[in-house]
Design a protein around this ligand. Structure first.
Ligand code: MG
Length: 154
């Protein structure tokens, strides 16, 4: 089974930017109820999609006080547990991050390793791609950061 997920968050000066559980050195960070990790949120939705389990908002509403500032690895752990309960195991993950700046080249390996660790996968089963949107649209104007994710489960 395959699943697809997407997430975006607004960027603002002075906020933290966390991608795949890794803190990025950046002037701007995400404005969010949780830690605003678009990589892990897109991954959650991909996992839920593959398992036919709905979406992240149903499972972890952003109106819920207990998720304020939440470390998104909690969401991943919960979703992996749901998949495990249904007898599924995760095969691989492919992510594309869209961020105008900073360039993520030096962070891609760390994001990959951390995401693999969270999911109990070998690093080779997690692929992280990063690109700008060529100054087009909200990501291009550095108003936001986006992530797309697909995964396979069996
Ligand atoms: Mg989100």
């Amino acid at each position: 089974m395959v699943g697809f997920g997407y997430d975006c968050h607004r960027l603002a000066k002075g906020e933290q930017l966390i991608l795949g559980g890794i803190e990025i050195d950046s002037e701007s960070g995400t404005v969010a109820h949780s830690d605003g990790d678009v990589v892990l949120h897109a991954l959650c939705d991909a996992l839920l999609g593959a398992g036919g389990l709905g979406d992240i908002g149903e499972h972890f509403p952003d109106t819920e006080p207990k998720y304020k500032g939440a470390d998104s690895s909690f969401f991943i752990n919960e979703v992996l547990r749901l998949l495990n309960d249904k007898g599924f195991s995760l095969i691989n993950i492919d992510v594309t991050i869209i961020l105008e700046k900073p360039k993520l080249g030096e962070y891609k390996q760390q994001i990959r390793e951390n995401t693999a660790r969270l999911c109990g996968l070998a690093d080779e089963r997690v692929n992280i791609k990063a690109k700008t949107s060529e100054k087009l649209g909200f990501a291009g104007r550095s108003e936001g950061v986006e992530a797309y994710c697909v995964c396979e489960i069996r």
